[in-house]
Design a protein around this ligand. Structure first.
Ligand code: SAH
Ligand code: MG
Length: 927
């Protein structure tokens, strides 16, 4: 298929892209010993003095020992990068010229000869190597098969042989079946016995007894039963389960051979692994007759043909290489040290999961363990609303699964965008187009500063798809996720509607800023064949039974608007006429964002009509076999039901709760500057007016207020934050540490100390007594109302700050917030009823007060404690209905007659303590 044409390009590429590790491997083979160790990250991101466990990302360092030298790598984020780094250093140290280290075809052929005689030597028999088990199991084989090792396993498990063969014939890079004839060609130059059909070989003399001794021969049960799956060659025949019975004294490949209807292992070819990267799950199939004839030709003939036979489309699609005839999918192998068999059951369910895992939406569904409920969302709104694998990770999985290069992700700061297109070498008309487009784009992207482009590139380094979104994001990572999701969405549609015309494909791609190249089609050829026949059923049909969702039900204050998170529990059953109903999938808690098509549309339609606590059942049309089978645990029973026909699905759901769109998002979107910034400015004003030297932030959260204050020159010298959330405090410590270190280094050392405490603001701690300013911004509504009252009393009677600023949402303002954020609700007839019962801005809010409630609380509080109080706010205009978005009370201590002498009572734990004198943070005793 496509692989042969592309391999020509590999020839050129090969000379430049040998990895350092591959070069070392060529030179030293098993004499290169890599040792990777974990190193805790210490790149300044950590926070000295933070009295909480800090889980920094782990880094890796690799040491490489070679006969001549040993080297240590740089610190790397990934193990394999550390290994490459070590190999690179070794190459440098040894002065190896990488281009010279590639042997010529002739040299490689000689080396294959040498390698083969080593593999069949006494010395190799006792080593630990992926092939060891096969060599030992070969001695279990009976009669004329005794000692014969199939060439297919040699071509699969010895990377040295494989690499050498690739040097002999670069096409072998893409077509591993070409390795077998090359090995056979070399074998004719080694004193080895070649089997009649030429597909296995043994050494002429038996191993001496002392070599055979000392090999631990297994402590496994007498025989094992391994679940496998038969994948018929014809796509019209269904995939069926199969049991492999392997006894302790036989070679498992012989057992598989018999299942495939051939005499022994040497007639079996083994595919590369499928599914997870680390898996040993492979397809086993009979070497086609033509292949055996071909490889048995005397040397001198061109041995570059791959097998000819009837292609097994499904197996070829899943393995990414040509598989012929009926195939068995099994996960089985040897441990390196013995003839112990390592295996995993491959059920029908595992098979179908491998199938759906090749589609973007399948990867997503699997990551959510919600195959019959979840859909790949069409939009990346925020990280906090995303559930399941992130688009970027899914895209990487997709590219790996389809044997494409790792996608090229190009994050851009907005200012760079105009110059960008000149850097890229593209020879088509694209450049003009994007320049035109990017102008419009920058207008669309107001507010954010990051964009991202992603390129999908084939193995042979051809650009096949390019996504250049116009939207800008505040965070770089969001820009990346958005671009990755766009590509995934388009690919998904492409696979699901293979009959779509090129014109329509192009239009749909342009709509989401994607440019694709016709070679795209070639890369995905097989996928389309497989999907075309299996996706006969539309996956998103809704039968008319959804009427059972009661429309007229009382809405009890819940409205599900775009951006809300709905949390449901569900069970999905397969209904099969008289044969009863079987559970397919269930979840106790499943959360999804409304409006981004994160679930099947009938499910979302049902949920948006429900109120919290309500349950509903409805029928839907059956989904594709792949989806049903991937979900079902009892796959055999479900398969028989599906085959009996006339099935449908039943969805039973309960709406557990609804989480409103995040308050923060509203504040950011609707106010300029954002409300949080306006609160900071308000606090700054108060600090200035009162010439405050000390400030305590009650409920400081992640320290955003303290951090912002540090950015201004103020009279503040001592700042303190208190919160009960250790996670937030840890974040606050890191941010403040960085900010203060920068400030100190810059010589502006106005802040003398900064401390963070873990504690509840309803409990007094004498270390926070009598500060010049206390702030408590957007905190009280996160406590129960009685606790808010308690806090008021505790703060004014014990902490006694000179000035106290308290802010909290104004409930009356919510009408405006909801009107502006709920899109597309104009045509919702229920809207008016709902606005009456406007809900809180944030699911964590325990209450939100009207202006009257807030005034009442604050005035009475002030009165009780001899404070004066003034009301103000941010967002909105004073005196204009419905008041400020965020209402603020400023309390001022009356007179100076407050208790001077307080008991030392320390109830808070010091989480972090920074002082300018030592210019470093330290842990204080935290009793
Ligand atoms: N003031 C911050 C955080 C507001 S969110 C800002 O304006 O950004 C509310 C914070 O109050 C949360 O961090 C929560 O952990 C904290 N909080 C709630 N109850 C608390 C209590 N009893 N004691 C201390 N902090 C509390
Ligand atoms: Mg709040």
């Amino acid at each position: 298929m496509g692989s042969q044409e592309t391999s020509v390009l590999a020839l050129k590429k090969k000379t430049v892209t040998l990895t350092p590790k591959a070069i070392i491997h060529q030179k030293f083979g098993a004499n290169a010993v890599y040792k990777v160790e974990e190193v805790q990250k210490s790149d300044g991101n950590e926070c000295p003095g933070l009295n909480l466990p800090q889980k920094g990302p782990c880094l890796y360092r690799c040491s490489l020992q070679l006969p001549e030298v040993s080297v240590v790598s740089e610190l790397c984020k990934k193990k394999k990068d550390a290994e490459q780094s070590a190999a690179e250093k070794a190459i440098e140290k040894l002065g190896i010229n990488p281009t010279l280290s590639i042997p010529t075809a002739q040299e490689a052929g000689d080396e294959v000869v040498g390698r083969l005689s080593y593999l069949f030597s006494d010395a190799f028999y006792t080593t630990v190597h992926p092939l060891s088990g096969h060599f030992r199991a070969a001695l279990l084989r009976k009669d004329h098969l005794y000692g014969y090792v199939p060439v297919s396993v040699l071509s699969l498990f010895d990377s040295k042989l494989i690499n050498l063969c690739k040097c002999m014939n670069p096409k072998a890079e893409y077509n591993t079946w070409l390795v077998v004839p090359l090995i056979l060609k070399a074998a004719s130059r080694v004193p080895l016995l070649i089997s009649e059909n030429h597909l296995s070989m043994r050494r002429p003399s038996p191993y001496p007894p002392e070599v055979l001794e000392g090999i631990d021969n297994s402590n496994l049960p007498e025989s094992i039963c391994i679940k496998a799956v038969r994948v018929p060659c014809s796509i019209d025949e269904i995939v069926e389960p199969l049991l492999l019975n392997v006894s302790i004294n036989e070679y498992y490949l012989d057992v598989i051979a018999q299942e495939l209807g051939v005499t022994d292992a040497s007639k079996v070819l083994v595919s590369r692994s499928v599914g997870k990267a680390s898996s040993e799950t492979r397809f086993y199939f009979c070497a086609p007759q033509s292949y055996m004839l071909n490889v048995s030709l005397e040397s001198g003939e061109e041995l570059t043909n791959e097998p000819e036979g009837t292609l097994n489309t499904r197996a070829s699609y899943l393995s990414g290489q040509n598989v012929y005839g009926d195939a068995i999918l099994a996960s089985i192998g040897y441990t390196w040290k013995s003839t112990d068999i390592l295996y995993e059951d491959v059920s029908l369910r595992s098979y179908y999961r491998i199938v759906i895992n090749k589609m973007p939406d399948g990867v997503y569904k699997l990551s959510r363990e919600a195959i019959l409920a979840a859909e790949l969302p069409i939009a990346f709104t925020t990280r906090s609303n995303w559930r399941g694998s992130y688009p970027r990770d899914i895209l990487c999985t997709f590219c790996r699964q389809h044997r494409l290069s790792v996608p090229e992700i190009i994050p851009l700061e907005n200012s760079e965008v105009p110059g960008l297109h000149k850097k890229l070498k593209l020879t088509d008309s694209r450049e003009q187009e994007t320049n035109g487009g990017s102008l419009a784009g920058s207008a669309a992207g107001v507010g954010g500063t990051f964009k991202c482009e992603i390129k999908i590139i084939s193995r042979s380094q051809e650009l096949i798809l390019w996504c250049t979104p116009k939207e800008s994001f505040k965070k770089q990572s969001d820009a990346i996720q958005d671009a990755a999701l766009k590509i995934l969405t388009w690919l998904n549609n492409y696979f699901k509607n293979p009959k779509m015309s090129v014109e329509n494909l192009t239009t749909s791609a342009h709509e989401i800023d994607i440019q694709f190249y016709p070679r795209c089609f070639k890369e995905f050829e097989l996928c389309l064949v497989v999907n075309n026949t299996s996706r006969l059923l539309n996956s998103d049909c809704l039968s008319d039974n959804t009427d059972s969702v009661n429309d007229s039900d009382d809405m009890s204050g819940v409205s599900l608007s775009t951006g809300s998170l709905a949390c449901i529990s569900y069970s999905i059953y397969l209904l099969a006429g008289d044969c009863g109903k079987e559970l397919l999938e269930r979840s106790e808690e499943f959360e999804f964002e409304i409006g981004s098509k994160a679930v099947f549309s009938h499910l979302e339609a049902a949920v948006t009509k429900m109120s919290v606590g309500q349950s509903v059942s409805y029928k839907a049309e059956v989904l594709s076999r792949e989806l049903i089978m991937s979900a079902a645990t009892d796959s055999e029973r479900i398969l028989s039901l599906l085959n009996s026909g006339g099935c449908s699905l039943e969805y039973s759901i309960t709406l557990l709760r609804v989480t409103e769109p995040l308050e923060e998002r509203m504040e950011q979107a609707l106010f300029s500057p954002p409300l949080s910034k306006q609160r900071v400015e308000f606090a700054l004003q108060q600090i200035k007016e009162s010439c405050a030297a000390s400030l305590v932030d009650f409920g400081c959260g992640s320290g955003s207020l303290l951090e912002s204050l540090l950015a201004y020159p103020t009279s503040l010298e001592n700042v303190v934050g208190v919160d009960i959330s250790q996670r937030s405090l840890a974040r606050a410590a890191k941010i403040l540490h960085t900010k203060l270190t920068i400030k100190t280094e810059a010589g502006s050392d106005q802040i003398k100390s900064a401390v963070l405490y873990d504690g509840s603001i309803t409990t007094f701690d004498s270390r926070l007594y009598g500060f010049d300013i206390g702030t408590c911004l957007e905190v009280i509504e996160h406590m129960e109302e009685d606790q808010a009252f308690l806090f008021g009393d505790v703060v004014l009677s014990f902490f006694c700050p000179k000035v106290l600023i308290v802010s909290t949402p104004n409930f009356e303002y919510n009408v405006i917030l909801h009107k502006s954020t709920v899109q597309g609700q104009e045509d919702d007839p229920d809207e008016k009823n709902q606005s009456q019962s406007s809900k809180f801005r944030n699911h964590d809010h325990k209450f939100e007060w009207t202006r009257e409630q807030f005034n009442d609380w604050a005035s009475k509080l002030a009165e009780r404690h001899n404070y004066s109080v003034q009301f103000s706010g941010v967002g909105g205009v004073d005196g204009v209905e419905p008041g400020y978005a965020s209402q603020i009370a400023v309390f001022r201590r009356g007179g100076d007659n407050f208790p001077e002498n307080v008991n030392t009572s320390h109830h808070y734990n010091v989480i972090w303590d920074w002082s300018s004198s030592s210019s470093s943070s330290m842990i204080k005793d935290f009793q």
